[in-house]
Design a protein around this ligand. Structure first.
Ligand code: CP
Length: 311
């Protein structure tokens, strides 16, 4: 197999295990490229990509831009806060105007779940979802699984715990889809108020007791509490949240855990969901996740560019 089964990357739910493996194989090649003294290849020369961000981002935006530049694409960056969206222009009109300037592909982050699905129905280019509200963040899940595979090998049968604000997390949902396709067992843990009701129907067991959940897992993926998406208070105080669900070395020792892989998609709130000591510990692959994001995004862009160059 040399091409993806889809024209867009809207979510992990829509792609196959073969697609994931092809992205990983392609990322292996690009990882080798970006570790050379000359980190650039001409693969996307003459392809123009727009990074359209309606929501803040550090890692995803920079990582896509770097991936595009490493592939020699022409890149334009759009930020909603300084655009005519402020004057009432619709999403489809905004992107259609960008495409009229002979742009071939769009990478978009949007606060509304499903915004990318809506856009893909109205425009004729490949769309890559860089995060849509609390729905999906497919390249994050791909880089997470890729980084984990690099650390532990085959993910089949691996026990992975996602902890924290599952309700508002696009990372959690995309990780569940991706890790299950790769044969891992995924469970979630957090306050009952921050766990969506449909989790069990996805084959994901809910654990409310963090100590018990830590004993069970091989890997723990700690999520940030997304205060900006919370309209009501879901737990009494942050201090109490940290006492019940914060990851620390003391807690690991208390539950008798000697070996674990610690992940976090960022941004980290040090001292809330994870101590600084654990974030920077020998268990942590957090910066590997960021590093691998560039190779994964190069792979996705490269594999979808076949459609782009035929526009
Ligand atoms: N992990 C992640 O999506 O981070 P940013 O919001 O900084 O892109």
């Amino acid at each position: 197999m040399t091409s993806l089964s889809t024209k867009h990357l809207l979510g992990i739910k829509d792609i196959t295990l073969e697609d994931i493996n092809l992205i990983f194989q392609t990322a292996d090649n690009f990882k080798e490229v970006i570790n050379r003294p000359i980190k650039k290849v001409p693969s996307l020369r003459d392809v123009t990509i727009a990074n359209v961000f309606f929501e803040n981002s550090t890692r995803t935006k920079l990582s896509f831009e770097l991936a595009e530049k490493r592939l020699s694409a022409d890149v334009i960056n759009f930020s909603a806060s300084s655009s005519s969206v402020k004057k009432g222009e619709s999403l489809v009109d905004t992107v259609s105007n960008i495409l009229a300037m002979k742009v071939d592909m769009v990478v978009m982050r949007h606060p509304n779940p499903g915004a990318h699905i809506h856009l893909a129905r109205h425009v004729d280019c490949s769309i890559i979802n860089a995060g849509d509200g609390a729905h999906e963040h497919p390249t994050q899940a791909l880089l997470d699984a890729y980084s984990l595979r690099e650390r532990v090998g085959d993910l089949k049968g691996l026990k992975i715990l996602i902890v924290g604000d599952i309700l508002h997390s696009r990372v959690a949902l995309s990780n569940v889809f991706c890790l299950q396709k790769l044969g891992a067992e995924v469970r979630v843990c957090g306050p009952a108020t921050l766990i969506p009701k449909h989790m069990e129907s996805l084959g994901v067991k809910v654990m409310l007791n963090f100590e018990e959940a830590l004993k069970w897992c091989d890997v723990v993926n700690m999520l940030r509490i997304q205060m900006e998406r919370q309209d009501i208070q879901y737990f009494p105080t942050l201090r109490e949240y940290t006492m019940q669900y914060g990851l620390s070395r003391e807690l690991l020792y208390k539950v008798g855990k000697k070996d674990i892989v610690v992940m976090h998609p960022g941004p980290i709130n040090r001292g809330v969901e994870i101590t600084s000591d654990m974030a920077d510990s020998e268990f942590s692959i957090i910066l590997d996740q960021v590093e691998n994001g560039v190779a994964i995004r190069m792979a996705v862009l490269y594999l979808l560019a076949g459609d782009a160059s035929s526009n």
